[in-house]
Write a protein that binds this ligand. Structure first.
Ligand code: SF4
Length: 344
């Protein structure tokens, strides 16, 4: 399968929002691997888990613009380090290593005072007793039609032919940040110290060795899947193409994103008398439609029907895939143990 942009295959992610527990293990695995040690990348969290509904990271990203309108590239706002929450640092040396543990307490010594990567965690929406929230993991969508690539004045950003990942050649980046304006998901960061843009590269060096991206491999909730969209044996193919229960976020941005989500089921809301309204949904269906488009209702119907089958003791291939009895089934062809490899 050749994609419109010339890539031969497309790697994709699926996150099951019924299983994501918001533990941030994926975010930290990514941070430790890619941006922890790099000067200028303190505010960069290529993988983030935000609470939905919420303002997200960067703050209010959904209204910042970018993507395509009527097939035409549309530049939007370029998020600032402050809007990302900037890089928080603490006085660890003084308190933990400097012998002042009894007289000083831990405090933030740099970073935004009004925002952070998961600042509005667990706030959510709705009114008591029918408040609701769920977690929304986000990384670069490695879009099939990536406006970041189209907006780049050099060939620094490109679609890698064999995987469909959006990669970058840092030597060619001129740091003009048009990519950050063009990306409607606001997943491009600017490294002031190096004068270049940076973003998730899908753990490409791991992929080359047959190892899954860190965010997927480290997920303790078994909520993350990775694989080629056209690999009929992969869970990603089955969830996206066969059962059509995994949907992209904000498809109206026009970029054909390749990170997909199994939408969250909703608990029954409580009536004033304290009884459950079994026919209702605590998460407003209109909100889910805002995020995932009109197909979300059909996807949820399929998940509910299969869940009922499983509860009645009947077989459900879909539920078995989502329960993920064998963890390695989440990794597609990328099931090699990174511990086997000598990384140079
Ligand atoms: Fe580019 Fe943003 Fe799409 Fe990633 S999510 S490919 S950075 S437009």
């Amino acid at each position: 399968m050749a994609t419109r942009n010339g890539s031969k295959r497309q790697l994709a992610w699926v996150f099951d929002l019924n299983k994501c527990i918001g533990c941030q293990t994926c975010s930290v695995a990514c941070k430790v691997l890619w941006t922890q040690e790099e000067k200028g990348a303190e505010h960069e969290w290529w993988m983030t888990v935000n609470t939905a509904p919420g303002r997200g990271t960067p703050k209010d990203w959904e209204g910042m613009g970018g993507g395509y309108e009527g097939g035409k590239l549309k530049l939007g706002h370029k998020p600032t380090a402050e809007e990302f929450g900037s890089g928080w640092t603490y006085n660890y040396d003084e308190v933990l290593r400097g012998g002042h543990g009894r007289s000083k307490h831990l405090e933030k010594v740099s970073g935004s005072k009004s925002w952070g990567m998961n600042w509005d965690e667990d706030e959510g929406g709705g009114e008591f007793p029918n408040a609701y929230f769920f977690y929304l993991p986000r990384l670069c969508n490695h879009c099939t039609d990536p406006p970041c690539v189209e907006s780049c004045p050099t060939t620094a950003l490109f679609k890698e032919e064999g995987s469909g990942l959006v990669l970058r050649n840092e030597d060619e980046c001129q740091g003009n940040e048009r990519c950050a304006q063009a990306c409607p998901y606001k997943k491009i960061y600017f490294n002031e110290a190096r004068g270049i843009s940076q973003h998730c590269i899908g753990c490409f060096p791991r992929l080359e060795q047959g190892v899954a991206p860190a965010c997927v491999r480290q997920c303790p909730g078994r909520a993350a899947f990775v694989g080629f969209l056209d690999d009929e044996g992969s869970s990603v193919h089955k969830l996206v193409e066969k059962w059509k229960v995994a949907l992209p976020l904000h498809p109206e941005f026009g970029t054909k994103p390749n990170v997909y989500y199994v939408p969250p089921l909703s608990p029954a809301p409580l009536r004033e008398d304290g009884s459950f309204d079994e026919g209702g949904a605590r998460i407003p269906p209109s909100y889910l439609e805002e995020l995932f488009g009109a197909k979300v209702h059909g996807a949820l119907d399929v998940v509910r029907t299969e869940l009922e089958k499983k509860r009645r003791g009947q077989d459900s291939e879909l539920m078995d895939a989502l329960i993920l009895y064998r963890w390695k089934d989440a990794l597609g062809h990328l099931d090699r143990d990174p511990g086997e490899i000598v990384w140079s």
